[in-house]
Design a protein. Sequence first.
Length: 471
Amino acid sequence: MKQPVAILGAGPAGLGAALSLAQRGFPVTVFERNNAVGGNAGSFELAGLRVDYGSHRLHPASDPEVLELIRGLVGDDLLTRPRHGRIRLMGRWLHFPLRAGDLALRVHPRFAVGVALDLARKILPSAPDDQGTFASILERGLGRTICQEFYFPYARKIWGMEPEAISAAQAEKRVSSGSIGKMLKRLVPGGSGSGSSQPKGVFYYPRRGFGQISESLLEAARAAGAEILLEAELKQIAPKATGAGIEFEHDGHLRSMEARHVWSTIPVTALVGLLDPKAPEPVCKAARSLRFRSMLLVYLVLPQDQFTPYDAHYFPGADLHITRLSEPKNYAAVSEPAGRTVLCAELPCQMDDDVWAMSDEALGDLVRDDLGRAGLPRPERLEGVAVRRLPHAYPLYPTGYQTHFDAIDEWLEGIPGLLSFGRQGLFAHDNTHHALYMALAASRCLGDDGSLDQAAWAAERRIFATHVVED
């Protein structure tokens, strides 16, 4: 009989691994503290509509194996949708993703002149900048105008840090067009940054919300024999040479189990705190030094069929609190329920910020005021306001963060049977298709005899390091 595997977290990475391992005959138990699967990539029902935790899309850049898996699970419910968003840049609306014609007609003249001057300056030789920060990398590649008017204000809002204090890794993980040349190439028909063979200007989206991917993974994993425990609170993980003892609370009872392998997709900082014996103090200090950006998701329920025809609006400017507004009905191309739509506004913050403790009503007013200042219709009549609070929305990459992560990562790698992966487990910026790729890769690296191919896993880790977020 194959050896049991315990998986911590029922997001896409955890469920993807559970499905793959269960199909191979491994006894699998998944622990999830919430009452639903998907984590930040999940969906829930609000006012008769399926809504997501923010704006989520499945991108054509997904690994073919991942796309095949999702298509097999979701079937005809996986829709191909056109990208139809807008970005507010220097008070003007531009289509997003950017289009050459739209840029030529609508971009602010000062922005166009600034970009042209930045291009001209690139012809002249300049002294190399060895600072290696988010600010220096992007300004060297994109020029001052694009950075000062778009990327830097957006960075301050999303991550709450000055661009000069952010690690260069942030530019590598979050900015796919790191030079003006790459950005211009994306404007050329067939010239997408990921290869011309991929569809351009579209995304894939499940009919019942992005969380349908995780829900379908859940059903398939259970059908393959995996046990998924929801509302299971982990208390302690005690690694041993031959496996690990796991203590958890479920259905009001304290329980325990033994597993040969423990695969964790929960925040790596939380994993360190669960282990017994306690991690060495330098590792604990490193875990305390890693920080996450939190997010408030403010949902406005409006008594109308549609707010705008756009799927998402982006707000990089410092004059507004919110960074993005999405309309779930437009993602899923649904018309029901008639006479009602929902908007989801994203407001990055920290858990100790005043805004985190604001009431739902006050946050609803804040979002409505922002929409009015942006030149959008200010919703005067609401059927309701709902707020979801995400403590771990994004990992933060201040300069020097890598030293702290490496200290934790190296220590965890020395614990037999323990594997940490996924967005939270590797403290990584990624998309759902990246998380699922990690899950399938981990399963490939586990032999039928229960041994993990460390060399193969190290090679996969190097691939993970090249992943860039698709917006």
